[in-house]
Ligand binder design. Structure first.
Ligand SMILES: [Zn+2]
Length: 477
């Protein structure tokens, strides 16, 4: 048996792992790399394996860095099954359609810019440097997404499914986002049996809305994420106390709180946290507006899976007719409702995407709020280098939003414990719960410093030396 890491090796994006077992080739996830999708040299533009040679694809969850290249896979000729949970199937359809729409728009804007450049070159009488052959193309189109949807096979949690003779798949709740699963493959080759487990992304323990990740036992080969392998995050009760203090300040000052949040997972978790704060902890409610059309559609999917949440969350949400719809929360359905928030007085919370502030409606809310020191910006997500969100999180004095400069006077709070990723303690707890010793372990989905910090702490649970996966490198086991 052999495993090759075609993405998320010493980095956190592009998850894509090829498992070869006897006659079968299985792909675990097919995610997008964090790289310009339109750039012809982007690693998103080509596969480092033959998509047509695959027998099956298993998807752990519907974040773009795990599903974003599935349409490229079918475009390159893959016609086999794509296995995932039912919520993941629904969410990935929405996410990929949104991605196709954004790419079409990006290509259109790039074509306009190129036409302007060509006109300018002609006017100057200089040689044309931009060639028609260089026209940009989206990674995939809507019809590729439809093909992905047609190839999906839904798998219930905790029920073994025989994919081929000698290959059995079982998905376990990973507690990361709705539908996220850890993947267990029981393989039988030439009389030997091996249990290979891929964590996908594991969630945090005790986070209120989603249950703790399930633990898998008797693992021979583990492929583990390591995003926060070297970091401890604040526990849930401390985060809720901080959120309470921020709400109390806004109530006192009648001010606004802007929370940039990813549409998938983070937004629904925040809606639930405010519901818990107002209903369970009796904090005086203030209006909470969710301003992201994609988040509204994703929340609809979350409403359809009440069994996915913890008992406490269900007890609380059973009081809503629809789930994620407590009286204090309103979803903005159109631009008018979004714009109206600029003219309403606080106190209020505005949750809007994008999570890193480099796109989406959150930019408009930031423009209208960040110069007032009474307002607050709450950062609840990872902010990549070079993004507006990162500048805000680091307390820049002035920031540029869509070519306009603003003074950043609003209070800034960074609550990174709201992450959907297990921290170091959660990961070590999970390894310990597997019982017995893990035969072989590969670390993926982590920056090198996080992997290096995790490996020695993980080693007591693993028989062979823990391996930090190298990109495109094959390992026999
Ligand atoms: Zn994820």
């Amino acid at each position: 048996m052999r495993i090759t890491f075609h993405g998320a090796a010493r980095q956190v994006t592009g998850s894509c792992h090829l498992l070869e077992s006897g006659r079968h080739r299985l792909l675990l996830d097919c995610g997008l790399f964090d790289s310009d999708r339109l750039n012809p040299d982007s690693p998103n533009r080509h596969f480092t394996f033959d998509p047509q040679s695959l027998d099956a694809v298993v998807v752990s969850h519907a974040h773009n860095d795990h599903i974003g290249r599935l349409p490229c896979l079918v475009r390159a000729g893959y016609r086999g099954p794509i296995y995932c949970t039912a919520p993941t199937a629904e969410i990935l359809g929405l996410m990929l359609r949104d991605s196709a729409r954004i790419q079409r728009e990006d290509v259109r804007l790039a074509a306009v810019r190129r036409a302007e450049l060509r006109a300018a070159e002609r006017a100057r009488g200089t040689a044309l440097e931009l060639d028609e052959a260089d026209e940009l193309e989206p990674l995939f189109e809507l019809h590729d997404v439809e093909r992905v949807e047609a190839q999906i096979q839904r798998v219930p949690l905790n029920e073994p499914v025989e994919l081929f003779d000698g290959v059995t798949l079982t998905l376990h709740n990973a507690g990361h986002i709705l539908g996220a699963a850890a993947v267990q493959l029981d393989l039988r080759v030439a009389g030997t049996r091996r249990r290979v487990v891929y964590t996908g992304d594991l969630g945090r323990r005790g986070m209120g809305l989603l249950p703790n990740p399930d633990v898998v036992r008797g693992i021979d080969v583990l492929i583990s994420e390591s995003t926060y392998g070297g970091k401890e995050l604040d526990p849930y009760d401390r985060l809720m106390k901080q959120l309470h203090a921020i709400v109390a300040r806004a109530t006192r000052l009648r001010s606004k709180i802007v929370i940039p949040a990813f549409s998938l997972g983070r937004t629904q978790r925040l809606v639930y946290c405010f519901q818990e704060l107002f209903d369970l902890h009796r904090v005086k409610p203030i209006p909470v507006y969710v301003d992201s059309p994609l988040a509204s559609r994703l929340t609809e999917i979350h409403r359809a899976y009440p069994d996915a949440y913890t008992k406490t969350a269900r007890r609380l949400m059973d009081r809503d007719p629809f789930y994620f719809s407590p009286p204090s929360v309103r979803f903005c359905m159109n631009w008018e409702e979004s714009r109206r928030l600029n003219y309403l007085d606080g106190p209020m919370v505005i949750i809007a995407s994008s999570g890193m502030c480099d796109a989406g409606r959150v930019r408009s809310h930031l423009k209208h709020t960040i110069e007032d020191p009474d307002n607050a910006v709450v950062i609840v997500s990872y902010q990549a280098e070079g993004t507006l969100g990162r500048q805000i999180a680091e307390g820049a004095e002035r920031v540029k939003i869509q070519d306009e400069e603003f003074d950043l006077n609003a209070a800034v709070y960074v609550l990174d414990g709201f992450s959907a990723h297990a921290d170091r303690n959660d990961l070590l707890w999970w390894y310990e719960q597997t019982g017995g010793r893990i035969g072989q372990a590969y670390l993926v989905h982590g920056e090198p410093e996080q992997m290096l910090a995790l490996a020695p702490a993980m080693q007591p649970f693993v028989e062979s030396d823990v391996i930090l996966a190298e990109p495109h490198h094959s390992y026999e086991f």
